[in-house]
Write a protein that binds this ligand. Structure first.
Ligand code: KDG
Ligand code: MG
Length: 416
């Protein structure tokens, strides 16, 4: 008889899930983490953070998911994914898919720990030596933004996203106050900001003209329009930016209707990135199949975990699109750790967003990934390599925070 307990990933009894709980903490910003534990004592972590809607995911997990996990085999990752997706009847949506992602990533973490292998090796091994990242530079004006881009280059970054203030607009997207990293969810109720497109369309090409003049053509430059433009405005911006050879223009227009991207494509060859608010392959499908985008940004935490996002990456590969995972600070170090293993493996990798977490966040989530020469490197410890110091986490209680909203000068509600 086969001695199943000698399997590297433990016997099915050892893999049985005996406990799972949600930890909510706010070391500088809110994070929701799921911890799943097996009978063998091996545990795994998954990120369940949905910025501004954190407690909805925490409740989804606590009230509707955890009881279903107890007694299941932690090694049945695919079956558990299908159970939570198909079995719930109510499919997709950011809350559901973030909750499923948390379970999925925790199970992959457990599998890695039981096998004694880092996650990228479970996925199929290394496809590259390092993960190219882009940092976030911003300034109240072109001058300030260019100085910030210079600071990133001096720190070793090879790719930088640049945003700058727009004359007449008090709080345009992506421009940090003081020297702090940009953190949009800063108030208990949504901060009301005013948006106006004409000034923005004037200043952004001038920003990139200046950045090329100051920093040359080698550094990769990116920009996020954050869903503010209509398709024809986005087409104009994409065309005006062509001389400055952007790595990508992100979220040029809201993506619910893929035809908007068709219109941009008709007018411009600036590469396009979309998808940080997507949560399933069905959101990505038309844009990829019609070759309307170049980079897909849907990431592990909001896209149903590794099990689902690798299907999205494969679909993208069929259409020569590459990954460019969302990586703002509202995605916890658990997501960043898992993403770096995915990035190290995935054949059609493009770039990874990297906004450094605060020191408090890094202390609560000890991790083994490192930054060097403009790239991140995943660690070699088993699983995704990110832990959680629960005692420290308990010192940072949850703080209600919501993302801002945008209105046009006449008060019309707009896309933030
Ligand atoms: O939670 C919202 C932020 O993650 C988002 O505004 C950041 O657009 C963003 C980006 O590209 O990082
Ligand atoms: Mg974005």
């Amino acid at each position: 008889m086969v001695n199943i307990s000698s399997e590297p990933q433990g016997s099915s009894r050892e893999r049985e899930i005996v406990a799972a709980r949600v930890i909510v903490t706010s070391p500088g910003r809110n994070f929701v983490t799921l911890r799943i534990e097996t009978r063998s004592g091996v545990w795994g972590l998954g990120d369940a953070t949905l910025n501004g809607r954190e407690l909805a995911v925490a409740a989804y997990l606590e009230q509707h998911v955890i009881a279903n996990l107890i007694g299941r085999d932690a090694g049945r990752i695919e079956d558990t994914w299908q159970f939570l997706y198909r079995g719930a009847y109510w499919r997709r949506g950011p809350v559901t898919m973030t909750a499923i992602a948390a379970v999925d990533v925790a199970l992959w973490d457990i599998l890695g720990k039981m096998a004694g292998l880092p996650l990228y090796r479970l996925l199929g091994g290394r496809s590259r030596e390092r993960v190219l990242v882009y940092g976030h530079a911003s300034g109240r004006d072109i001058e300030g933004a260019s100085a910030e881009v210079g600071r990133f280059i001096a720190e070793g970054y090879r790719a930088v996203r640049a945003q700058c203030g727009v004359p007449g607009l008090a709080k345009p997207y992506g421009v940090s106050r003081m020297k702090n990293a940009y953190e949009p969810a800063e108030s208990e109720l949504p901060l009301e900001t005013v948006w106006s497109t004409p000034g923005y369309l004037e200043i952004v090409p001038r920003l990139f003209e200046r950045l090329r003049a100051d920093h040359g053509r080698e550094v990769e430059l990116l920009h996020d329009a954050h869903h503010r433009l209509t398709p024809i405005e986005a087409a104009r911006l994409a065309r005006d930016l062509e001389p400055y050879r952007l790595f990508w223009l992100e979220d040029a227009t809201p993506a619910e209707n893929p035809d908007g991207f068709e219109l941009i494509r008709r007018h411009s060859v600036t590469p396009l990135a979309v998808g940080e608010v997507f949560n399933s392959i069905f959101d990505c499908r038309a844009l990829l199949e019609r070759q309307l985008i170049d980079y897909i940004r849907t990431t592990i935490v909001h896209g149903g975990g590794i099990t689902h996002v690798r299907r999205i990456a494969d679909l993208a590969a069929l259409h020569r699109a590459r990954t460019g995972f969302h990586g703002a600070t509202d995605l916890s170090p658990v997501t960043l750790g898992a993403a770096l293993h995915f990035d190290t493996w995935v054949p059609n990798f493009g770039i990874q967003e990297y906004m450094r977490h605060s020191d408090e966040t890094d202390a609560v989530f000890p991790h083994d990934y490192t930054f060097r020469d403009g790239c991140l490197h995943c660690g070699e410890s088993p699983g995704h390599g990110v832990g959680l110091d629960e005692q420290l986490a308990a010192r940072f209680p949850y703080k209600p925070r919501q993302l801002p909203i945008a209105r046009l000068p006449d008060g019309t509600m707009w896309d933030w």
